[in-house]
Write a protein that binds this ligand. Sequence first.
Ligand SMILES: Nc1ncnc2c1ncn2[C@@H]1O[C@H](COP(=O)(O)OP(=O)(O)OP(=O)(O)O)[C@@H](O)[C@H]1O
Ligand SMILES: [Mg+2]
Length: 378
Amino acid sequence: MNIRQLFPLGKAYGEAFCNRESETEQLVGNIKSCKHTLIIAPRRYGKSSLAERAIEKSNINYAKINFHLCTSEEEIAQLVLDGVIRLIGKSTGNIEKAMISIKKYLNNLEPHLSFAGEVASLKLVSRKKENYSVIISEALLLLEKLLAEKEKRAILFLDEFQEIAQIGKNGGIEGAFRTAAQEMNYLSLIFSGSIRSLLLSMFENENRPLYKLCRKIKLERISGASYEKHIQNISLKTWGKKLDDDVFNKMMELSNRHPYYVNYLADCIWEKCRIIPVISDVISAWQDVVKEEWSDALKELSSLPIGQRRLLKYIANHYVENIQSQETCAALSMAASSIATAAHALIEKDYIEQDSFHGFKIINPLLLTVLRGVLDDR
Ligand SMILES: Nc1ncnc2c1ncn2[C@@H]1O[C@H](COP(=O)(O)OP(=O)(O)OP(=O)(O)O)[C@@H](O)[C@H]1O
Ligand SMILES: [Mg+2]
């Protein structure tokens, strides 16, 4: 294996996966006891990697549905049908034999079998084309009943699930998931996605169908100690010795332990260094990351309303405990109410977070570097 594969920019598998042991154990426990789970974290913190790790460890059949590119309720329903069919195939073994049961459990969907040589494949066709909520709940319940017959377990991983709220405005689709999910004893659902605020409002608002349906796993950054073990191991493998503490600490400081940027920075270091890196190598590698991402970051920042941009820049450069203090209002030339609105929007979009010890913080370390640099928003 090429050592740089241990720092993936896509999902982290196998040896590239650092820690998250308690979260993995919790998720495996939920899966095994058929509790549905909602994984929540800012963008690129490792939700999908964690879900896939736990699924692999649980050793249970699964299908993954990613709603990322969905644009209509019809497409959502089709993805659910495809996922259900994949899992029926995996779980029943012989689809032809399962047809008697499949027919028994369906009202609004019609099962069609087609053959390519010896291999049978199933299609579920809706009798009432446009009622997508009914299609979704019936397909999910069909899968649950077939699993119950076989006493087999399965997992459906529903990624980028916030798209459901953005497309299915009247809550019908969310309702369909609830209708089916509350009947499940064999099929466990894992919900994940970005835009935390949107996901949380789907699952924590008592007026929404998915309220109190899941156990929640909130992912934080991976701890420094876990990264130390992980990265020092890779250093040993590469150069036969550990990185100096100040070198390792500089990596943590610049990437702010954001999982995506830890990998990005480490990849740049490992790409450049033939001998064990020193601090200046880490700084220069981070400059490479920033250079590569600079124009995207500027584009992203310039798409924000001016008030939000101004506040973001202020937070990047100052310790801010009370966002509506006279000092902040004066520094930003903004009314306290406008600052509150801007802060709310930035929290909703995962640009900033507040913790009780460190005040407001920028989540993305690359944006932090850019905001501390030459960006001028006037
Ligand atoms: N446990 C881990 N150990 C090491 N790196 C990780 C871990 N989890 C995630 N990463 C890294 O973090 C980045 C994001 O991972 P992943 O795609 O799983 O996150 P995500 O939260 O699903 O992202 P998105 O919000 O884009 O869906 C990737 O570079 C991945 O390699
Ligand atoms: Mg993901």
